[in-house]
Design a protein around this ligand. Sequence first.
Ligand SMILES: CC(C)(COP(=O)(O)OP(=O)(O)OC[C@H]1O[C@@H](n2cnc3c(N)ncnc32)[C@H](O)[C@@H]1OP(=O)(O)O)[C@@H](O)C(=O)NCCC(=O)NCCS
Length: 361
Amino acid sequence: MSADFVDGLTIHEFSIPESLEAEGGDDFAEMVAMRNAIEAEILGTDDLDATAKELLPFYQDAFAPKRLFLARIDGRIVGRGVYEWQLEEGAPAAFIEVQVAEPVRRRGVGTSLLRVLEATAAADGFRVIQSWSSHPPAATDDVLVPPTGFGAIDSNSAAARFARSHGYQLEQVDRISRIDLPVDSALLARRKTDAASHAAGYEVLQWVGSCPEEWLSDMARLHQRMSTDAPMAAIEFAEEQWDEARVRNLDDMNAAGGRVNLTSAALHREPNRLVGFTDLALPEVEGRPAGQGDTLVLKEHRGHRLGTLLKVANLELLMRVSPATPRVTTYNAEENRPMLDVNEAVGFVPVGYEAAWKKTV
Ligand SMILES: CC(C)(COP(=O)(O)OP(=O)(O)OC[C@H]1O[C@@H](n2cnc3c(N)ncnc32)[C@H](O)[C@@H]1OP(=O)(O)O)[C@@H](O)C(=O)NCCC(=O)NCCS
């Protein structure tokens, strides 16, 4: 049925509230509940749920702005469109997300939201639009494989059919993996000893919560390199510009959302600079699964098993600081063999996939 025939459907831009107690806070929480229900329905787990408190600061992020469009039928939120862009000079693309509540699918709500998002991108002068969708492991041989040749998703999934019918091409597949905790400490100790024997001249520094003042500028450099050094296939990004204020802003967003970040960083003793890091976020609710954040070792320092050393160190830190955390979930490009090797060696197993879509207009 065409979008124009959904009785009572409205789509309006939603003003992101200042707080959950402010006007719009209840709608924001209702929107997050819908988002969580959709992710859980697709992946068969609520591990990736986030609370409204955790997410709100990221919708207010001055360094990565977002606009939100809500679809309602008779006042009830039935879909959402998220529009995001980069402030960096020459940023090539808009990033969008479309989600529609299960009971009202295939009635044109998704298409209506997409039209609004694409019109917004056109008005902003973006010719490239990119989006991500979650998928369970494909249950049939009828799969779509991206041009990278790595990973696959079910061709007949709602997201694949929807995206392709609107002119989007599959460019990359990420693997979603998970590890159950606690990890066998003898296994971690073995991996750590082995990795450390290849990492002479480096040591691991760790912190819980905000980045210590003395490492702010090094962490800014690492975050900036994270935006260019991870494998991205044909997905287009501008190099992110990071400075100390942006690192502090990230800390502040985590703190405002009740999250605690655990960071392990690799220090190159001569000349006393950080050359790699990994971080993960403890959720605001104790006992909920943790989400792996970024992991990066600068290109010029690879080959010293620093990736393994950092991952093992951060898992050990997590088990010490938060013994109630049951699991960690992580996303990695399916072609990123070095990162997958590190994760598999400590026990991460695949639980789903994320497809990256691109349309050039
Ligand atoms: C993908 C999604 C946004 C579509 O929303 P929608 O309101 O059903 O979309 P529309 O009614 O405008 O378009 C329907 C088209 O999407 C595809 N589609 C939607 N549901 C489908 C399903 N269960 N099986 C196969 N194709 C489906 C089809 O191409 C369908 O056209 P058809 O009904 O003529 O076959 C919705 O299924 C959803 O929220 N999925 C989870 C989130 C997601 O994956 N978003 C990323 C999209 S890239």
